[in-house]
Write a protein that binds this ligand. Structure first.
Ligand SMILES: [Zn+2]
Length: 65
């Protein structure tokens, strides 16, 4: 393995690390948004149209008075 091989390998690994980090951030962001949606559903005064709340997308089956 010469210097060029090492350079190429390190560049490849850095790209993979960057990709993994991006994915992690995205997952974190998605979790945050999903949690916020859940909190919004608690606040929502549901109005169901065709079995789904038109404000928060809660399925009517999941709703209990
Ligand atoms: Zn709702």
């Amino acid at each position: 393995m010469n210097g060029n091989d090492i350079r190429q390998r390190i560049d490849e690994n850095n790209k993979k690390i960057q990709r993994a980090l991006n994915k992690f951030v995205l997952t974190d962001e998605i979790n945050k948004l999903m949690k916020e949606n859940q909190e919004l559903r608690f606040l929502c005064e549901h109005e169901f149209v065709d079995g789904v709340c038109k404000y928060c997308d809660l399925p009517e089956d999941f709703y209990e008075e």
